[in-house]
Structure formats: structure tokens, C-alpha cells
Design a protein around this ligand. Structure first.
Ligand code: ATP
Ligand code: MG
Length: 320
């Protein structure tokens, strides 16, 4: 684990954005800067952090942690499905094959928590077209993992729950593709839960994006990262669940809680500025989940991330 001092020293060097028009045409998402040319995308994971669909600032080493975790996981699931990964020229960069993304996010949950729990309490969880059992408790394990799809909203809009029947009616995916995507999500999630469990963690829920490339379904975007997933500490789960306490979270829920509890911010208005202390605290969390999942000690040279990326892209022949 990098020391507090090392994380602090990285604060002024975090990667906010990468402006390299020579790489192709830019699509800047909330977290990634995506440069496409032909059927290839150079996906640069910046250090930006977003919550409630707002970009809040940057976290030391976050881009590297997320990108390395995604390639780690792609390797763990490579026998289950093709992924978009082509090469990894830099720890924060993936070269991927462009796919036509399905316009739905495939969210899969092993436990009832977060927005699903809030919807369940408010009697709105039926929006997913699922008959939820009565009497579930917060953070309870579901009998089997359940897919709760959501629409992929345009920039600045929030994703919305959608039922399978509705997404098929709207033609967001063909019935065959949707069936295949759900079966694949179940296999990926089972593999993820199994690995996480062997590392003392619970993979609570996650979100997959899939697309079609060369007529085939492929896994795109990131997988099983703390931005796209919830992780809880396994050891504490039962006792905390029985006591009605919050779980020990190793994921983006930490920032959501900070925003809600300290600043009453849950997506409306202007988000509060992140203090350096919070940025360092969050860096610790991201690195902790990396180390716990991979069993490796996170090491990084630190310093100017942009300069390192440019150098590595040049070495890989992606930049002149
Ligand atoms: N292989 C791929 N082909 C095409 N698009 C992809 C591929 N992999 C990921 N994407 C898209 O690239 C973008 C990645 O950037 P990022 O994750 O920062 O965006 P986001 O903020 O999550 O999403 P958005 O801003 O589009 O709502 C996402 O829109 C994702 O759907
Ligand atoms: Mg994304």
C-alpha cells in the first residue's frame, strides 16, 4: 500500500484529462477519454471520479487502479466470452475494439441494497418487471442473482430502470441477443463472485456493458471495478446484516455516503468540492480494493501521468 505521503505527493499530478487529438476523435465520458479511429478505440482512464452522474474531481492513481483491475478481470473471464480488449500500452490505457453497444446497462445483483433497496421500500422496484418477494431486509442476499436492466441515458441524464418486456418492446435488443447477454452476465457474475469470495470479499452487484462486433456479442467497457460494482468485506457481512448495520464497503458507495451525509448532496445542484483529505482517503479505498482482489501490492512510479502515457503510446506506435 502506498503511504499517505506518496498519495498526497501525487495530488498535483493526477490526470484530469488527456488532450491528444492525434489519437483520433474524442468522446469524453465521465471517467474515460476515448479516442477512436476506425474500429479501434484508445481508452484512457483518467483520474476523474464521478458520483450521481457528476464529475467531482480527481483521485490519485484512480485511473491506473481501474484500468489495471479491468485487465485483471478480463483475464479471469477470458474463457467465458470475448472481450473488446486488444492491447494495454500503459497501465491507464486499453486499446479496444469498437463495438455497437447495446443501449442498456446490464446490472446484476446478488443482494438487495442501494437504489434497488430504496425502490423496493418505495414500492417502485416493480419497474424492473420483477415480482420481488415480500419482507426482504436491507442488504439481504437474493435467492439467485437478478438482472435489473437500466437504459443508457444520454450525457447529463440519469439512467432509468427498465423491464425486460419494455426493452424488448422498444427493440433495444433482439430477444436472442438479450437472452444471450443475460446468460453471459450470469456466468461473468458467478465467476466474479467466486473469485471475490476467495479473496475475502463479496461482489454484491455490478454493471456490464455489452456490444456487437463482427456479428458477435462481446463484453465492452470496464468490468468488476469498484466504479461499476459494489464490494463488501465478507467476514463482517452476517454479523452486520443481523445487527442492521451498514456493510464495510470497498467501492464507490464511500463517496456517495460522504456526499449525502456531509453535504446533503445526492445529485441535484452543484456538487461540493473534494478536499485533499477526502481525495487521499478515496485513493486509499481504491488501492485497498485493488490489493485485496489481486493479492498484489499496488506499486506505481507516480509523478506526471500524462507524460508517462504519451511516452508509452509513442513506444507502442500509437502516437508519433
Ligand atoms: N468497445 C467499445 N465500443 C464502443 N463503445 C464503448 C466500448 N467500450 C466502452 N464504450 C463506451 O465508451 C464510454 C467509456 O467512457 P466512460 O465510462 O467515461 O463513459 P460514461 O461516463 O460511463 O458514459 P457516458 O458519459 O457515455 O454516459 C462509455 O460510453 C461506454 O459505453
Ligand atoms: Mg462508464
Amino acid at each position: 500500500m502506498l503511504s499517505d505521503a506518496q498519495l498526497r505527493a501525487q495530488l498535483p499530478h493526477t490526470l484530469r484529462q488527456l488532450d491528444l487529438p492525434a489519437l483520433g476523435s474524442l468522446y469524453r465520458g465521465k471517467v474515460r477519454d476515448n479516442y477512436s479511429r476506425g474500429d479501434q478505440i484508445v481508452m484512457v482512464t483518467s483520474d476523474r471520479i464521478s458520483a450521481f452522474d457528476h464529475v467531482l474531481g480527481t483521485i490519485p492513481f484512480k485511473g491506473e487502479v481501474l484500468s489495471r483491475l479491468t485487465t485483471f478481470w478480463f483475464d479471469k473471464v477470458k474463457d467465458l466470452a470475448p472481450t473488446h480488449l486488444v492491447s494495454v500500452p500503459d497501465p491507464s490505457v486499453m486499446v479496444v475494439k469498437r463495438a455497437t453497444p447495446l443501449p442498456v446497462e446490464i446490472v446484476i445483483r446478488g443482494y438487495i441494497t442501494g437504489s434497488l433497496w430504496r425502490d423496493y421500500l418505495a414500492g417502485k422496484a416493480g419497474a424492473y418487471g420483477i415480482d420481488w418477494p415480500l419482507g426482504l431486509k436491507k442488504d439481504q442476499k437474493l435467492d439467485r442473482p437478478v438482472i435489473t436492466p437500466s437504459t443508457k441515458a444520454a450525457y447529463g441524464k440519469h439512467d432509468e430502470p427498465i423491464s425486460e418486456a419494455e426493452l424488448l418492446r422498444q427493440g433495444l435488443a433482439s430477444p436472442e441477443t438479450w437472452k444471450e447477454a443475460c446468460a453471459l452476465a450470469q456466468r461473468l457474475f458467478a465467476r466474479g463472485q467466486e473469485w471475490a469470495s476467495s479473496r475475502g470479499l463479496i461482489l454484491v452487484d455490478t454493471k456490464y456493458e455489452m456490444g456487437i462486433a463482427d456479428g458477435k456479442l462481446v463484453v465492452i467497457d470496464e468490468i468488476h471495478t469498484p466504479d461499476s460494482s459494489r464490494y463488501w468485506m465478507a467476514k463482517a457481512y452476517v454479523q452486520r446484516f443481523m445487527a442492521g448495520q451498514d456493510q464495510q464497503m470497498l467501492d464507490k458507495e464511500n463517496i456517495r455516503q460522504w456526499l449525502i451525509k456531509e453535504h446533503g448532496f445526492s445529485g441535484h445542484g452543484t456538487p461540493p468540492a473534494l478536499t485533499d483529505d477526502v481525495r487521499v482517503m478515496l485513493a486509499h479505498k481504491y488501492i485497498e480494493v485493488f490489493e485485496q482482489l489481486t493479492g498484489e501490492v499496488f506499486q506505481s512510479a507516480g509523478g506526471d501521468v500524462q507524460a508517462r502515457i504519451e511516452q508509452n503510446l509513442r513506444k507502442a506506435g500509437l502516437l508519433k
